[in-house]
Design a protein around this ligand. Structure first.
Ligand code: PY5
Length: 304
């Protein structure tokens, strides 16, 4: 990990190496935590946090589902995020706010424990590798089904959901692939372990709806808007596995993964086996927008 100087913990900054919690923290035992992943990009006007308000709103909604009472307001935590970027004097970084049930009682009722919040930032390059970002990644359809809303709410970004992701990731890399793609309980394409998915068929961009059991991602939401600007049709509908295998192009979106092409699924080459033309156009636009090069989308940037 690329260490930075300070981590924000419950309202104060502590040194990176001192950002510690008790081993009997409720969240460590039962995954009673919700979190966010946000990126800050370097622009001509200094570092800018991408879609901060949206990420913080999602954090509060995730907490709401688990009836966690966050002892700060959205505005306070949003300021804490930009303050953390500022104090660490970093131009580009990944930002990880986490809200968790802390140390108190070990029973399953979490309400007896205090709710703590931490925010860390560090430099995190391309999540699926520079080569992956350029030429695409190789994926395995997972034997693990994506968490279903009758089991755990997919729209809440809870730590618990990521055990499902970890199983899929382990299986994929164990089989020599870069990443997994998960189907939902009904057999429709859902998402990657930490990414939304898009396919391109006959010049139309298709991505699964919330009802397919996906986390509603802001990278996905941004790409949909950028596609409309480029006059590319976007449809939100269920996708069957066959369509993925015969897609002209496919790609992942996510804060960590940014916009990563998919070049192979279970040994089937997708399109040309490298980044497709529509994926390339959208990826270029995406990086222009996050780096503040398009005035129309300054609305998505919070300058630090
Ligand atoms: N789906 C899942 C399961 C995710 O974990 C993520 C983000 C997304 C979709 C995309 O959401 P967004 O575009 O809002 O980021 N994953 C986290 C991230 O920071 C964690 C990755 C390890 O990208």
């Amino acid at each position: 990990m690329n260490k930075t100087d300070k981590i924000w913990m419950d309202g104060r900054f502590v040194d990176w190496d001192d950002a510690k919690i008790h081993v009997l923290t409720h969240a460590l035992h039962y995954a009673t935590a919700v979190f966010e992943g946000i990126r800050c990009y370097s622009t001509d006007k200094g570092p800018a946090v991408f879609r901060l308000k949206d990420h913080m709103t999602r954090l509060f909604n995730s907490a709401k589902i688990y009836t966690m009472k966050i002892p700060f307001t959205i505005d306070e935590l949003s300021k804490a995020v930009t303050d953390t970027v500022k104090i660490n004097k970093i131009k580009e970084c990944y930002i990880r706010p986490i809200v968790y049930y802390a140390y108190g009682e070990m029973g399953l009722n979490p309400l007896k424990n205090p709710v703590s919040v931490a925010i860390a930032v560090w430099h995190w390059g391309s999540y699926l590798g520079d080569e992956g970002l350029k030429k695409g990644v190789r994926c395995k359809m997972s034997s693990w089904v994506r968490v279903d809303s009758r089991v755990l709410p997919p729209l809440a970004k809870s730590s618990a959901n990521y055990l499902n992701s970890v199983l899929a990731k382990l299986e994929a890399i164990g089989c020599g692939y870069d990443e997994a793609i998960m189907l939902n309980m009904n057999g429709y394409v859902a998402e990657g372990p930490g990414e939304n998915i898009f396919i391109v068929r006959d010049d139309v961009l298709i991505t699964p709806p919330r009802s397919s059991g996906v986390l509603y991602g802001f990278t996905m939401d941004s790409v949909k808007e950028l596609a409309k600007d480029l006059s590319i049709s976007v449809v939100e509908r269920e996708i069957i596995r066959d369509e993925l295998l015969m897609a002209d192009e496919a790609f992942f979106t996510g804060t960590a993964a940014e916009l990563t092409p998919i070049r192979e699924v279970d040994g089937r080459i997708i399109g040309s086996g490298s980044i497709g033309p529509i994926t390339k156009k959208l990826q270029e636009r995406f990086f222009q927008v996050v780096r503040g090069k398009d005035p129309k989308y300054k609305k998505w940037l919070d300058f630090v």
